[in-house]
Design a protein. Sequence first.
Length: 117
Amino acid sequence: QVQLVESGGGLVQAGGSLRLSCAASGRTLSTYSMGWFRQAPGKAREFVARITRTSGRTSYADSVKGRFTISMDNAKNSLYLQMNSLKPEDTAVYYCTLFSTGSENYWGQGTQVTVSS
């Protein structure tokens, strides 16, 4: 089992920055990749960014490319999302997710990000 705990959400003005963190515990040695998804009110959960543990390869949703940066600290079993130039449409609950080498998928409880105009 893996446990994921997000932190770092909050209220920020448009154009501002936030850094989300996700602490992983449990069977983290089997991690293949980790990522961030988000869900705005009344909308489906959507992909934001993903990073592969061994290669460090990253991928981003078009809507956040050039503004968000995903990173991972393997020693600390932590995942980060640096969010710059935030827009009101970035307002959502942000979820950390982990994909294991055994195709298992784990989710955190989410952290609220609110961007005011």
